[in-house]
Design a protein around this ligand. Structure first.
Ligand SMILES: C[S@@+](CC[C@H](N)C(=O)[O-])C[C@H]1O[C@@H](n2cnc3c(N)ncnc32)[C@H](O)[C@@H]1O
Length: 283
């Protein structure tokens, strides 16, 4: 079941009882979409330099990341054409967000355009060509799409490991143009090592609200803060053992079990020791 929930910036999000998780940070859903996804992908800057922008929104949900992207792009360049591919398992989420009128806080034509996208699953206007592909993102991901920005926004790794594996992230890496960036809210060591195993350079995203920094990745090393010593050391612990899904079809339980086994056989330092060391060094 999905229920509506207010967040601290005045915008609303949903809670999924199936996944036992909110769709956004309680500190602000709209703020999170801007600061954790759109800003780190440098979309406003890209829009001033380009007449078209390609976006891959993995886990479209209510559509907030796409809404904030359109806002930033059209503010910077009102003539920029946006090509959007959005992947989502549950089509009721986007429709419910429209029915509850949650997207009406975004300016101009954004809410009506995304309402049409939610209802018809595709839209093609002068400034927006978008498709909402319903199903498991491991299957629906278009292998030939080349993006200027990728938003990676599944539920957390323990709730939805299928979309945080080395294999799935490697497919995303192939969809990134040379100078493109992928942004995610997660700073989990397992996620960061999967991004690195997929051949990407990684950095830290901004801290938003009370939450830890997200992660930013790309083929080139620019546009983000390098990891701190503490963050780098985290990647040398058992927590950094990545999730794997060799044929991109395993269940959550199989993927978890595979990682657990690898952790049990590993000689890496437990992350509890890393945490203790850093707590002590801070006094
Ligand atoms: C954290 S929410 C995304 C929030 C969204 N980005 C937004 O701005 O509203 C995670 C979303 O992932 C979707 N999801 C879960 N498993 C999925 C899968 N295997 N493939 C695609 N989407 C999935 C859920 O239905 C949910 O809408």
């Amino acid at each position: 079941m999905i229920t509506i929930q207010a967040t601290e910036d005045g915008s609303f999000t949903f809670y999924s009882s199936q996944f036992g998780q909110l769709f956004h940070s309680i500190s602000g859903a709209r703020e999170e979409s801007q600061k954790k996804f759109v800003d780190p992908c440098l979309l406003a800057e890209k829009a001033t330099l380009n007449s078209s922008i390609y976006i891959l929104d993995v886990c479209y949900g209510l559509g907030y990341n796409s809404a904030s992207a359109l806002e930033a792009i059209w503010k910077a360049n009102p003539c920029c054409k946006v090509y959007l591919v959005a992947l989502e398992l549950d089509e009721t989420v986007a429709n419910m967000a429209i029915e509850e009128r949650l997207l009406e806080i975004w300016p101009g034509s954004i809410s009506p355009l995304l309402a049409q996208l939610a209802q018809q699953k595709s839209i093609n206007t002068e400034l927006l060509n978008a498709q909402l592909l319903i199903g498991d993102a491991r299957i629906t991901l278009p292998r030939d799409f080349r993006a200027d920005a990728i938003f990676l926004d599944p539920f957390s790794p323990p709730k939805c490991p299928q979309l945080w594996t080395v294999e799935f992230i490697s497919l995303l890496a192939k969809c990134l143009k040379d100078d493109a960036l992928l942004a995610t809210y997660s700073c989990a060591a397992s996620v960061r090592s999967a991004l690195m195993e997929a051949g990407l350079n990684i950095g830290a995203g901004p801290n938003v609200g009370r939450r830890s920094p997200g992660s930013v990745a790309g083929h080139k090393k620019y546009g983000y803060r390098s990891l701190s010593k503490q963050e780098k050391e985290h990647l040398l612990t058992k927590a950094a053992i990545a999730y794997r899904d060799p044929n991109l079809q395993d269940t959550k339980e199989m993927i978890e079990q595979r990682r657990l086994q690898e952790q049990q056989n590993s000689l890496l330092e437990p992350s509890s020791a890393w945490k203790k060391r850093w707590m002590t060094s801070r006094g």
